[in-house]
Design a protein around this ligand. Structure first.
Ligand code: GDP
Ligand code: IMO
Ligand code: MG
Length: 430
């Protein structure tokens, strides 16, 4: 009865979509457990088709797996329906989708507040995706949220919206000088979504328990990443949910005792979108090169991703925090062509060497990378499919990552396509 967690080990965009897609045909369920359409997961199928998924689990592109949006996700129904339509137009069947009735809805006031609060924060802004994620989770925690199941009861939907807009409209109008939202218009809009979403809404918890009882495989697909976690990331420069492995249980209802494997996905270097500390960030030609060769532009917002070297302090932290059993290192191909490839093995903070994640935010902001310089390689490795075929220096680089993280590297990405990997250990095998 294996439940498997797949999550980002850095600051997002590690290639989770590609790895989920890789496993899609061999698992029975793919479940998104946190975040919303702040995520952008790129999948390139073997026929060369490129998909950018935001709310749909990346298992959508394998024809067999059931796909589930768990209770921990925040759902913008307009975005989800547009995504369903877009996939259907391209011949992808979405009838296998189920959405938890307990998932919270992103409402128009969440999107409006996300944007306006960021503007008011000025230089202290988080650099959010502007999709209403933080305000939606904020209302969930404040017990003012509106859930997917409320779409099925027009009376309750109106009642909850009237209540919440009593406060939010005051905020929008009086504090932020924005137009108040009209209850009737929002109810009418959301009831239209309700009609279309009705067939997908289900009690997904029990569905997953039954699947696990039958011995089926449930893959829980993370969005965002460890360092963007509300509790364990670089707060306040984080997202408003728990992308770490504990969040997979909370966001799906799958019990921790069912989890047999935790797959951490990490790039062979590091990227970050939005504000916040990033010790190995590069501001020189090397950073520009990584951005250009790695195509480091956001899937959701198109923003340039900040680029830097691999940070083993972060990777070790992610491995211990999530209980990572298998690491997937993506984009090793992007590192071809550097004379030396540095790995950050520790930080220097206010004159002292620190080997692990520091306790305080201030210390992390002061962290300077301590680098170990490994030899680079020049060969194009895009066609390599076995570890032994990799240039010796690339092998040493991967082995050093394993040593520093204390976790085996089971798969190495050498290109964006589903098949462009070196598989050292089967992610679903022993
Ligand atoms: P996610 O949010 O974690 O799913 O990652 P994104 O899709 O936002 O960003 C990862 C990007 O890297 C996408 O454009 C992928 O197509 C691409 N990618 C994934 N793995 C590899 C790899 O091994 N090599 C190369 N060159 N690109 C990769
Ligand atoms: P995937 O799943 C990278 C970042 C935003 C911002 C912070 C908070 O594709 O890896 P939010 O809109 O969530 O309130 O923004 O989190 N962020 C991501 N960065 N990849 C993502 O998702 C992200 N989702 C949110 O840039 O810094
Ligand atoms: Mg992404």
């Amino acid at each position: 009865m294996p439940a498997i967690v797949l999550l980002g080990a850095q600051w997002g965009d590690e290639g989770k979509g590609k790895v989920t897609d890789l496993l899609g045909e061999r698992v029975d369920y793919v479940v998104r457990y946190s975040g919303g359409n702040n995520a952008g997961h790129t999948v390139i199928t073997p026929d060369g088709q490129k998909y950018a998924l935001h709310l749909m689990p990346s298992g959508a592109l394998s024809p067999t797996a059931m796909i589930v949006i768990g209770n921990g996700v925040v759902v913008d129904p307009k975005v989800l329906l547009a995504e369903i339509d877009g996939l259907n137009e391209r011949g992808v069947d979405t009838s296998r989708l189920r959405i938890s009735g307990d998932a919270h809805l992103i409402m128009p006031h969440h999107r409006a507040l996300d944007r306006v609060v960021e503007r008011y924060l000025g230089s202290a802004r988080i650099g959010t995706t502007g999709r209403g994620i933080g305000p939606a989770y904020g209302d969930k925690v404040a017990r003012m949220g509106i859930r997917v199941q409320d779409l099925l009861d027009p009376g309750i939907l109106r009642q909850k919206l009237e209540l919440v807009l009593r406060e939010k409209n005051q905020m929008l109008f009086k504090v932020y000088n924005r137009k108040a939202l009209d209850v009737d218009a929002v109810v009418a809009e959301y009831l239209e979504y309700a009609e279309r979403l009705r067939p997908y809404i289900a009690e997904t918890r029990a569905m997953l328990w039954d699947a696990l009882d039958r011995g089926e495989t449930v893959l829980m697909e993370g969005a965002q990443a460890t360092m963007l976690d509300m509790d364990h990331g670089t707060y306040p420069f984080v997202t408003s949910s728990n992308p770490t492995s504990g969040g997979a249980c909370v966001g799906t209802g799958v019990p921790p005792t069912s989890i047999t494997r935790v797959i951490g996905v990490s790039k062979a270097y590091t990227t970050r979108v939005g504000s916040g500390p990033f010790p190995t960030e590069l501001f020189d030609d090397a950073g520009q090169h990584l951005r250009k060769i790695g195509g480091e532009y956001g899937v959701t917002t198109g923003r340039e991703r900040r680029c830097g070297w691999f940070d083993a302090v972060v990777a070790r932290y992610a491995a211990r925090l999530n209980g990572i059993t298998d690491l997937v290192v993506t984009k090793l191909d992007v590192l071809s062509g550097f004379e030396k490839v540095p790995i950050c093995v520790a930080y220097e903070i206010d004159g002292r060497r620190v080997d692990d994640m520091p306790m305080s935010q201030t210390a992390f902001h002061h962290a300077r990378p301590v680098y170990e310089e490994l030899d680079g390689w020049w060969e194009d490795i895009g066609k390599v499919r076995s570890f032994e075929e990799l240039p010796a220096a690339a092998q040493r680089y991967v082995e050093r990552i394993e040593q520093l993280c204390g976790t085996r590297v089971s798969v190495i990405g050498v290109g964006p396509g589903r098949e462009e990997n070196v598989v050292r250990h089967d992610l679903l095998g022993g």
